[in-house]
Write a protein that binds this ligand. Sequence first.
Ligand code: SAH
Length: 213
Amino acid sequence: MTFDPERKMQFLFALRSKGVTDKRVLEAMERIDRGIFVRGIFAERAYEDMPLPIACGQTISQPSVVGLMTQALDVQPRHKVLEIGTGSGYQAAVLSMLARRIYTVDRHKRLVQEARIIFDRLNLTNITAFAADGSRGLPEQAPFDRILVTAAAEDPPGPLLAELRIGGIMVLPVGQSDAVQSLIKVTRHETGFDYQELRPVRFVPLLEGLGQD
Ligand code: SAH
């Protein structure tokens, strides 16, 4: 399948109908071909609005959820962004169209290696991908203007809150992994954090430590 103009139109239409209206986010998602991030038999369905399986038992998120999370993050061109949960690399690629610098980490080395190959191929030179336990954050690059977590924790991890710049925003799913979770937007102020609940979502769990592969 190719991301031809007809399919692009349908893809963008589906995003808009689910509430992704930010022009810059729509442009970024028009530029990044989701088909490149999905392998094998599921590649056929890359332009449908559904999550799909990737390696290591993980999933590439539903495009409308990628769009809504990116929109809620309110990314600006000068921002340094941290993503936890590289997965296929699709979300990081979309972010790379909108911000100056993206750091993305995944606990599975294999996913990071595969995503790096795609970033090179697409010449997305402003993304750095690491294999690491993202629940500890990425202290050597902190603070971040924006943090996006694409795996669900029961509560916002303390190290990530600590690495958010004052005035910064973090978007993350919270809740038990086997139940419906809530997408939360956390804004850091001079004196503390403000929490806003956005919508119900369903993500794979944020697990501690590195994966086996
Ligand atoms: N953003 C991805 C989808 C991520 S699926 C995309 O665009 O395709 C969630 C990912 O979070 C999985 O790849 C999983 O390995 C990763 N993950 C779970 N717990 C983690 C942790 N503690 N640190 C880093 N990555 C983690």
